[in-house]
Ligand binder design. Structure first.
Ligand code: SF4
Length: 348
């Protein structure tokens, strides 16, 4: 298989006890079958302890019962007791791999790191990503029919974000216009025309008249409401969204649209989500999803001491770590939120 890996991937090191937001809180830790089997054979008090907190949910999935909102094996020093006492073998597949992810598209595997981890968020935002390509021994499956065109289109979308001398807002808007035109071609069964479209956007950078766009504050408020309507994983996020709406209404917002952070965050979102379009034919919602993440991080960043990077991390956590939230947001972007509103949102 061909394997894509972002250049920062191998620089990741878990902060463990130094982590300001351990990932061992706020969700039930799912246990894969092999690890559950291993726990059944564990002897002594450790075995009893582990089996005492294993639970099987209605869908037959095994997970640890939480203690408060945390994994029962999280120590006071924010370390993993299972790893300390049993080594790597003692922790489940999800804990071994987090915050890494991979998605397979036929003969292509794309690997990456989740922006919900503070150390990953730092790596994503601190430098430009280069996509590295390698090969592994797996055979892979037949390529989805849209893979080649959507890979080329994603490259153009990312190139648009790198356009020198354009503002962050102009780059995001041009990328959205491009994604919309790709979407029209896909919807009309004209995917063969996507390479021609890429060529046009590589030659010409479209500029919008901001005066022609809907009211930006209203668009932002609508998006904050949409985020508040999702399942909330961290209470701090709900509070932040509320404060954002209050400040928006007061007209006192001082956004922080750092061009490098905004561009790198959008590239992360495009890398992680754009190719989902090979399965459901939707790329516009994923381009918009990224713009939403960037706009919300720029808007709410000044309300937190840690600024844009922390809002970006929270946005990733709340949306990408909950499949129902991700589906609901994609649905909203597809059916309810107009492109013009997203273009207004992108006007940073
Ligand atoms: S959030 Fe990231 S740095 Fe923190 S404990 Fe989890 S993997 Fe490690």
């Amino acid at each position: 298989m061909t394997v894509h890996t972002p250049s920062y991937y191998n620089r990741f090191r878990c902060l463990a006890g130094e982590c300001p937001h351990t990932c061992c809180r706020g969700w039930e830790v799912p246990i894969d079958r092999e690890t559950a089997q291993y726990y059944k054979t564990l002897e002594g008090t450790m075995g009893e302890q582990v089996r005492g907190v294993l639970a099987v949910d209605g869908e037959g999935e095994t997970a640890f019962l939480l203690r408060g909102d945390a994994c029962p094996f999280l120590t006071g020093e924010k370390l993993c007791e299972l790893q300390i006492r049993l080594g790597e073998r003692g922790i489940g597949e999800i804990c071994r791999s987090h915050p890494r992810f991979f998605y397979d598209y036929g003969s292509l595997r794309e690997t990456g790191l989740c922006g919900s981890c503070p150390e990953v968020a730092r790596l994503i935002l601190e430098g430009d990503m280069v996509l590295e390509e390698g090969q592994d021994d797996r055979a892979g499956e037949e390529d989805p029919s849209l893979l080649e065109v959507l890979l080329a289109a994603r490259e153009t979308a990312m190139d648009i974000l790198e356009t020198p001398e354009a503002t962050l807002g102009q780059r995001l808007q041009a990328m959205l216009l491009f994604a919309n035109e790709v979407q029209v071609l896909l919807d009309n069964g004209q995917s063969a025309d996507v390479p021609r479209l890429c060529g046009i956007y590589e030659e010409e950078f479209p500029l919008l008249d901001p005066a022609a766009l809907p009211d930006r504050r209203e668009a932002l408020e609508g998006c904050l409401e949409a985020l508040e309507g999702l399942e909330i994983l961290e209470p701090q996020w709900k509070e932040l969204l509320k404060r954002g709406r209050v400040f928006l209404r007061s007209g006192e917002m001082a956004e922080n649209p750092c061009i490098d952070w905004g561009r790198r965050a959008e590239i992360y979102f495009l890398y992680r989500h754009w190719l989902r379009g090979v399965w459901d034919g939707d790329v516009l919602s994923w381009a918009e999803f990224g713009v939403l993440g960037v706009a919300v991080s720029a808007l709410l960043g000044p309300l937190l001491e840690e600024g844009f990077p922390e809002v970006f991390r929270l946005f990733c956590l709340e949306t990408e770590h909950n499949q129902e939230n991700l589906n609901a947001l994609q649905d909203k972007l597809w059916r309810e939120i107009r492109l013009a509103e997203m273009l207004a949102l992108a006007d940073l």
